[in-house]
Design a protein around this ligand. Sequence first.
Ligand code: PMP
Length: 353
Amino acid sequence: MTNYFRSNVEAMASYVPGEQPPRGTQVIKLNSNENPYPPSPAALAALQNIDGEWLRRYPEPFGGEFRQAASQVLGVPSDWIIVGNGSDEVLSMVIRACAEPGHKVVYPMPTYVLYRTLTEMQAADILEIAYKKDNVLPLAELIAANGAVTFIASPNSPSGHVVPSDDLRKLASELSGVLVIDEAYVDFAEESALDLVQEYENVILIRTLSKGYSLAGLRLGFGVANPKLLDGLFKVKDSYNIDAIACAVATAAITDQAYKNACVAKVKASRTQLTSDLKELGFRVGNSHGNFLLTQPPERNAEYLYQKLKEQKILIRYFKQPGLEDKLRITVGTDEQNQILVRALSDLLGMRN
Ligand code: PMP
């Protein structure tokens, strides 16, 4: 067959997300870090209010209504916010605006796999630097690499750890390229790097409504940065990247902080419970600040447990990446879902003893 593709695309492996079974399938789905609770009633009401006229017309191209609402919640001016079709699209805008072939894109490993995919698409050079023991950031190496773009997820996935703010500040001040601080899971953590955005014009913070706000299907994420940095991102953005429905529903959701905070509090309490239940079964469990746990089963039988749970229609995440071979990432579900999972794991481990 004729090769139609750019050489970097030809060489790429496709990004493989966790299994997404068709809606209505009876599964306990703990593999994509979705929130187990429904979105805010205010968001669902906003959905009901959408009529044909909204759909007939093109949407407002910058998600202005959402930017206003997010600006109130975060305490930054609305022109410091850029909205994307999921935070994945904001990450993509950063790469498209800031990295070209010959430029280095740098990030500590293991982390969110999309950073690699986006860099490969852009045909920029990838430099992956391993985390040191106990999730210590390889700070000196990251600074020495001085990438055109440096990605740091905090809380990180799949480890769930938060990168110390002093390390982030050091990176922001030492790097001459852009520092992306991906806070997709920040709603489940105790701290944010929002202040750094106001201090350093090379920093962009990435947020999403997919996790804390239970809106993964809506596809709405956003970036917060100095307007000088956002200027370049607006140039590469699709004309109408935020549809009218997503903008209206997300605006209602972010305005309803009380509902989000209540769901987050439930998830955090369940995270504590699930951590201790897994430890009781002999799992090693990292301290997580996200809505998921990275665990190592007692007999290093991660792939076996993942497969067996899947047969029982319980989906969790098994990664084949170096450094994660023996590990499983489990999204925190409702207490009922977590108990079913723990019971299944306990049975499986019993069967093998
Ligand atoms: N960043 C990290 C670290 C993630 O794990 C995810 C979700 N898988 C995203 C960003 C993207 O989330 P979304 O596109 O749904 O906003």
